[in-house]
Design a protein around this ligand. Structure first.
Ligand code: PGA
Length: 245
């Protein structure tokens, strides 16, 4: 089975209403001319607007999703409410959530389980810090994050699950992993996932970390890289659409 290329924009806490209107108008053509799955993850406050304006076929996701369906959790997003709005996916475990909001493996595991149960696709992010890479512990970190984050999750959810390998040192820094560095980790992650029972030929693993028009082709030419999770280069439709290869 061929794995479809996924190009997902993570807008983080960026974009105004006007930016979104311009973005959607400009994106229209590119989306109708690509075979890639194109997705965007805006700030939660813009989900409905983006859903209304995004070209047909673009999947829309949140950047976070609670580990509870409802309750006294000010500021959180319920997976039930996300699904009710017709949203397709959620990011879970982005390194900014792990580092700034102190989300640990246990919490991320609960979030994954509940999002999947509520029929959302989950883009589960893993990645090592620069310090961990320099200590040669990249593979250990990736394995630990996968094993802990996906603990006790039924394999029947495989089709709803996408893994994003995002080395922390490459996010928003302009430093990209070389295609070979990324490929090596993707291959290793695929092996770990296969040991956990996932179908290694089918599970989608995208790369994230300073992906841009000038490096996307080399990254996506690698066998184990099935797409990209893109921050900075997803903010302008003219850059973002150059990533649909
Ligand atoms: P970047 O962000 O493309 O700006 O490095 C990627 C991400 O955080 O997902």
């Amino acid at each position: 089975m061929t794995r479809q290329t996924h190009i997902i924009g993570n807008w983080k806490m960026n974009q105004t209403v006007n930016d979104i209107k311009t973005f959607c108008e400009t994106l229209q053509n590119a989306v109708s001319n690509t075979n890639c799955v194109v997705g965007i993850s805006p700030q939660a406050i813009h989900l409905s607007l983006l859903k209304e304006l995004a070209p047909k076929g673009v999947i829309i996701g949140t950047q976070n999703c609670s580990n509870k369906e409802s309750g006294a959790l000010t500021g959180e997003l319920s997976p039930v409410a996300i699904k009710e709005l017709g949203i397709d996916f959620t990011l879970i475990g982005h390194s900014e959530r792990r580092a700034i909001f102190q989300e640990n493996d246990k919490l991320l595991n609960e979030k994954c389980a509940l999002a999947l149960k509520n029929n959302l696709k989950v883009i589960f992010c893993v990645g090592e810090t620069l310090e961990e890479r320099e200590k040669h512990s990249t593979n250990n970190v990736i394995k630990e994050q996968l094993v802990n984050g996906l603990k006790n999750i039924d394999l029947k959810y495989q089709e709803q699950l996408i893994i994003a390998y995002e080395p922390v040192w490459a996010i928003g820094t302009g430093k990209t992993a070389t295609p070979q560095q990324a490929e090596d980790v993707h291959e290793y992650a695929r092996t770990c996932l296969s040991e956990m029972g996932y179908n290694k030929d089918e599970i989608i693993i995208v790369y994230g970390g300073s992906v841009k028009p000038s490096n996307v082709n080399d990254l996506l030419s690698k066998n184990n890289i099935d797409g990209a999770l893109v921050g900075g280069a997803s903010l302008k439709a003219s850059d973002f659409s150059q990533l649909f290869i």
